[in-house]
Design a protein around this ligand. Structure first.
Ligand code: PMP
Length: 304
């Protein structure tokens, strides 16, 4: 990824992609204390537009606050940086990666002499979980790795180090021949995927786990708004893995994953083993909205 043309916003200015480098003694590289976002821009009739830019920027600042990191830029500056990262790279659609990390001024855990650096990179990135799975659905497996405990990791923060747990779970699932992992919380209730929130549907009611160890996903929030607007009953509650087995439909949500159906958990077919009708409705509304085709949700788009 490092050897390509383009520009990366780095501490206030655009630098050539290949020159956006840091030292090997970068603190965050050693201990994982950093915060980031995953944001997408989509092609619309009026040019590229960033979906829910405000919410992603707010969550980045919330994550930094939780981790006690001082971002030396304002929200307005980081907002402008994200717009510039899409524009200056001439992207029609993009995945954006804002990140704040500590520099190489020291190595102690005290972290009292460190500079916080900020980057925003943007590049073209297609369907995260595979284009064919958008229709066919994923085969997933309950992970042997437990999701974070709320008093060990700060789960409202999208923090770099949290993703060790995600990667262990995903690698295990892929090695075992599945598409994605489903992580349970410390009490054994369904939490989320390695990088997605989960929803299930039973008898026309949509359920999603309440937010303890799962990230407060922005796509999760979008789906909740859709469900309310479409008059579906939507309930946040603790969910067990066997409730997923006997659900009529299930799907993952995430900025990268978008809305991806799940057709199987632990070798049990969910519903009729394909994308269910409510999932399809929410998924198509999601894609129409991000592409600026639904007036009601245009307020979520920031034109570049
Ligand atoms: N959970 C985890 C662990 C994630 O990494 C993500 C992706 N950011 C999500 C859920 C979904 O969040 P969002 O919809 O805000 O992308």
């Amino acid at each position: 990824m490092s050897d390509r043309d383009g520009l990366i916003w780095f501490d206030g200015k655009m630098v050539p992609w290949r020159d956006a480098n840091v030292h090997v003694l970068t603190h965050t590289l050693h201990y994982g204390m950093g915060v980031f976002e995953g944001v997408r821009a989509y092609k619309t009739d009026q040019g590229p537009a960033i979906f829910r830019l405000k919410e992603h920027t707010d969550r980045l600042f919330d994550s930094a606050k939780i981790m006690n990191m001082d971002i030396p830029f304002s929200k307005e500056e980081i907002t402008a940086a994200q717009i510039a990262a899409v524009k200056d790279n001439n992207l029609d659609s993009a995945y954006l990666r804002p990140m704040c990390f500590y520099g190489s001024e020291g190595m102690g855990l005290r972290a009292d002499n460190l500079k916080t650096h900020t980057i925003v990179a943007a590049w073209e990135w297609g369907s995260y979980l595979g284009a064919e799975n958008m229709e066919k659905g994923l085969r997933i497996k309950t992970s042997s790795f437990t999701r974070h405990h709320v008093n060990i990791s700060m789960c409202k923060a999208k923090a770099n180090g949290h993703y060790i747990n995600s990667m262990l779970a995903l690698q295990e699932a892929l090695t075992d021949g599945y598409d994605e992992a489903l992580l349970l919380d410390v009490e054994g209730f369904v939490a989320e995927g390695s990088g997605e929130n989960i929803f299930i549907i039973k008898n026309g009611v949509i359920y999603t786990p309440d937010l303890t160890s799962a990230l407060n996903g922005i796509t999760r929030n979008t789906i909740t708004a859709f469900a309310n607007d479409l008059n579906y009953e939507i309930v946040e509650k603790r969910i067990t893995r066997d409730e997923v087995y006997i659900a009529d439909e299930a799907f993952f949500t995430g900025t990268a994953a978008e809305v991806t159906p799940i057709r199987e958990l632990d070798n049990r077919t969910i519903g009729n083993g394909t994308r269910g009708p409510i999932t399809e409705k929410l998924q198509s509304l999601y894609f129409d909205s991000v592409h600026g085709k639904v007036d009601k949700y245009k307020e979520w788009l920031t034109l570049v």
